[in-house]
Ligand binder design. Structure first.
Ligand SMILES: [Zn+2]
Length: 278
């Protein structure tokens, strides 16, 4: 039986084009879109299972990380929910999976014409580079899974994330559920059409999984962070191993990718508390 890991975000869900729609505090919009997010996850799993039987672990990876509606999901999967998880969007990804799906994903911070584009915490992270290349959430997470030999098979979201990830993971399959017009607008499929596309693409992704490769970053790995503010950088710089390379710039080098990823998560958490108003 294939072991499938699924990390689901929300901003790349069909129809989503504003923060209100994916903000758990919003009592009118969010309940609608969390349902569509859940149904897209279900479609990806059902599509995969048309190709072969799959044992599935889903990691709820958006905001407070308890978005998924369990009654919209298949009965026989495991779901990681709750905030926080130390490994965030790739929690549990080291458990020996054969492949990974990223659903509802979005482009990285700074990308033009990309709905709700950001990288993890935009109040802390203005830019993230690995060995000199700008990495978005999909690439950061793919590289973590790659260290454990897990290839990314499927990415769903807007055209911006699909195009950006395709350049680095050409073996993956992409279900583009919307075309971003700008940061707050998109030309989207309906939820029903998106679900059909995701299921079909997931099936293809699993059928072709023999061609997929883990995304590996060669060591030594240099993480460069441009933080959103000097006060964030003041505290991130206290972490042993981080070198301050400018008012808002920090650098961390490790022999392999996992410690660099761990440093990024730690920096983000520390930066978040520094970003709170004194
Ligand atoms: Zn999100």
């Amino acid at each position: 039986m294939m072991k499938l890991y699924l990390s689901c975000d929300m901003e790349g869900t069909a129809g989503v084009c504003s923060w209100d729609q994916c903000d758990p505090k919003n009592v009118t919009e969010y309940p609608i879109y969390r349902r569509w997010m859940s149904r897209e996850v279900r479609a990806a799993i059902e599509g995969a299972r048309l190709a072969e039987p799959c044992d599935v672990l889903v990691n709820d990876s958006h905001s407070q990380m308890h978005n998924l509606l369990f009654d919209e999901l298949p009965d026989d999967i495991r779901v990681l929910s709750g905030y926080r998880k130390a490994y965030s969007m790739v929690q549990g990804g080291d458990e020996g999976f054969d492949g990974a799906f990223f659903t509802g994903y979005h482009a990285g911070i700074g990308v033009e014409r990309a709905v709700l584009a950001h990288t993890y915490s935009p109040n802390v992270l203005y830019s993230v580079r690995i060995n000199g290349v700008e990495f978005d959430e999909a690439l950061l997470n793919a590289a973590y899974l790659g260290e454990f030999g897990v290839p990314v098979l499927l990415v769903t979201g807007d055209d911006a994330v699909c195009n950006a990830v395709r350049r680095h993971l050409p073996w993956a399959e992409f279900a583009q559920v919307k075309r971003s017009i700008d940061y707050y607008s998109a030309d989207s499929l309906t939820p029903a059409a998106a679900i059909a596309l995701i299921a079909e693409t997931a099936r293809t992704a699993v059928e072709r999984r023999g061609q997929a490769r883990p995304f590996r970053v060669e060591g030594p790995v240099t993480l460069e962070i441009e933080s959103a503010s000097v006060e964030c950088a003041d505290y991130i710089a206290l972490v042993p191993g981080f070198a301050r390379s400018g008012g808002r710039s920090l650098r961390f080098t490790a022999p392999t990718y996992v410690p660099a990823f761990q440093a990024l998560i730690a920096a983000m958490r520390i930066g978040r508390s520094a970003a709170e108003r004194a």
